[in-house]
Write a protein that binds this ligand. Structure first.
Ligand code: NDP
Length: 485
């Protein structure tokens, strides 16, 4: 099958598409039908070497441009992405199975936001002047060098841009390795950057399974690693990066709490919980999958949730009316079904869903469990699918303790009309990103990332600049050297 804007080869290195058919086959499958839409090849050592030497060489001259010049390229790329949003969204839908109703609004567009935002910031990346009597020191904010981006499969365009835009704004080059399940979209980002005037080699994309990522992480020419993936992979990559003291950003998994108090607006709370569990068929790292509902509102909450869930339009992701697509792969569908079986076996009450939808593709029903207790498997492990667990609670202190009783800490949310309680509760939540009367907003202007095992560093916002640059301090003596020797 040939898609309208399908990339023409597996890798994009030094400004052009490159192929090496000796690499292990990667079949890109459209999750809604199971059809193979593209065949690519994992990077061979030859391809990896090409990507590294090109990125290393390109970074030096890219860093010598002014920030405004670099920013101009990023902003132009952002404009091109917006112009082509429709075709890029179709590609994202083929890559991931997410419905067009989502991809048209949150994938290429949020990538464009990142390029525009960091393109705008690029000219303002400065150090400071430090007066020291008649002497003085100054700092320069300098690039880190060659950055490696490793992506998960749920937001392939967004992740490629959220990592690439700040890296390039700071004068680094990037090698990006997408998940082998969604290899197509990042190639288009690389292609568009070149069209926007980026020098060749500053953003290379190579495909591969985990072993390709691992060999790049251990290469001394790579100076920083930014991973979006599971906490388990994050620990391995972090350890390997430490061997050569690389900088890291780790955006990892979560098991985030969403706390709904009796006084919450019920329609908003139900809407928030749906966004927190069903968007992208539940394949979102920051999802609020542990929904703690205060006892007084629980019955009404579950009733309204089930009513609204029954109306979710499931089906062909290319139909703009469709709200809920398939899981990304057969493997991921099976993982989620195993968790659903565990939920049933361990005594949770199934409120709705719980089944595979027969037919083509990897569809499962939006699923809600109630009467979930804190020690059940579905309460503890990240499922990464459309499975919401509802817990009952009575008071604030109790729910905060239960919400924090996890090694993960990506996000957390609270629905209440008591403004003081809202702030008190988010202050206590052990999470990097919190929401009050909302869930899963991720504007580029605000930092995003986790605490505890959910990661280190932050993406987006001015904070990302600190994670893609480093300081050089220069001491300037104006008088004579006062040496005792
Ligand atoms: P994985 O952790 O399995 O993989 C993430 C990426 O790392 C993939 O590109 C993978 O390649 C690569 N990889 C795997 N092993 C290694 C290794 N030893 N060295 C270097 N690279 C390696 O995650 P998934 O792709 O399954 O994504 C789902 C996970 O991502 C969920 O746990 C989710 O919570 C998390 N996530 C976190 C987000 C955040 O911002 N915090 C956002 C989105 C997802 P390959 O696929 O080829 O094995």
């Amino acid at each position: 099958m040939m898609l309208k804007c399908q990339p023409t080869a597996s890798h994009f290195i030094d400004g052009q598409y490159v192929e090496d058919t000796d690499g292990k086959l990667i079949e890109c499958i459209y999750p809604a039908t199971g059809e193979i839409i593209a065949k690519l090849h994992s990077a061979t050592p030859k391809i990896i070497e090409m990507a590294l030497s090109s990125a290393k060489l390109a970074q030096k001259s890219w860093a010598k441009l002014s920030g405004t010049e670099r920013g101009r390229v990023l902003r132009k790329a952002s404009d091109l992405i917006r112009e082509r949003n429709h075709e890029l969204s179709i590609l994202e839908t083929y890559d991931t199975g997410k419905p067009l109703q989502e991809t048209l609004y949150v994938d290429a567009t949020s990538g464009a936001d990142a390029l525009e935002y960091f393109g705008g910031l690029s000219g303002s990346i400065t150090g400071e002047h430090i007066p020291l009597g008649e002497d003085w020191a100054y700092t320069k904010r300098i690039p880190i060098g060659v950055c490696l981006g490793i992506g998960a499969w749920n937001y392939p365009t967004q992740i490629a841009c959220w990592k690439g835009a700040p890296a390039l704004a700071c004068g680094n080059s990037m090698i990006f390795k997408p998940s082998e399940m969604t290899p197509l979209c990042a190639l288009k980002v690389a292609e568009i950057l070149i069209e926007a005037g980026a020098p060749k080699g500053i953003y290379n994309v190579i495909q591969g399974y985990g072993d390709v990522g691992a060999s790049l992480v251990s290469d001394r020419r790579v100076n920083k690693v930014s991973l979006t993936g599971s906490a388990e992979t994050g620990k391995k990559v972090y350890a390997s990066a430490a061997a050569s003291m690389k900088h890291v950003t780790m955006e990892l998994g979560g098991k985030s709490p969403l706390i709904i108090f009796d006084d919450a607006d019920i329609e908003n709370a139900v809407g928030g919980a749906m966004l927190a569990n069903m968007y992208s068929t539940g394949q979102v790292c920051s999802n609020g999958t542990r929904v703690f509902v205060q006892s007084g509102i629980k019955k009404a909450f579950l009733k309204r949730f089930a009513e609204r869930a029954a109306k979710i339009k499931i089906g062909d992701p290319m139909n703009e009316e469709t709200q809920f697509g398939p899981m990304v792969s057969e493997k991921q569908r099976d993982i989620v079904m195993k968790y659903i079986a565990k939920g049933k076996a361990e005594g949770a009450t199934l409120i709705c869903g719980g089944n595979i939808i027969e037919g083509d593709g990897w569809f499962i029903e939006p699923t809600v469990f109630s009467d979930v207790t804190d020690n059940m498997t579905i309460a503890k492990e990240e499922i990464f699918g459309p499975v919401m667990s509802v817990f009952e609670f009575d008071n604030e202190n109790e729910v905060i303790a239960r919400a924090n009783n996890t090694n993960l800490g990506l996000a957390g949310g609270v629905f209440t009309n008591d403004i003081k309680r809202a702030h008190r509760v988010v202050d206590e939540l052990e999470a990097g990103t919190c929401f009050i009367n909302s869930y899963n907003d991720a504007p580029v202007e605000a930092p995003f990332g986790g605490v505890k095992d959910s990661g280190v560093g932050r993406e987006n916002s001015k904070a990302a600049i600190e994670h893609y640059s480093q300081l050089k301090t220069v001491y300037v003596r104006m008088g004579n050297v006062d040496s005792p020797y």
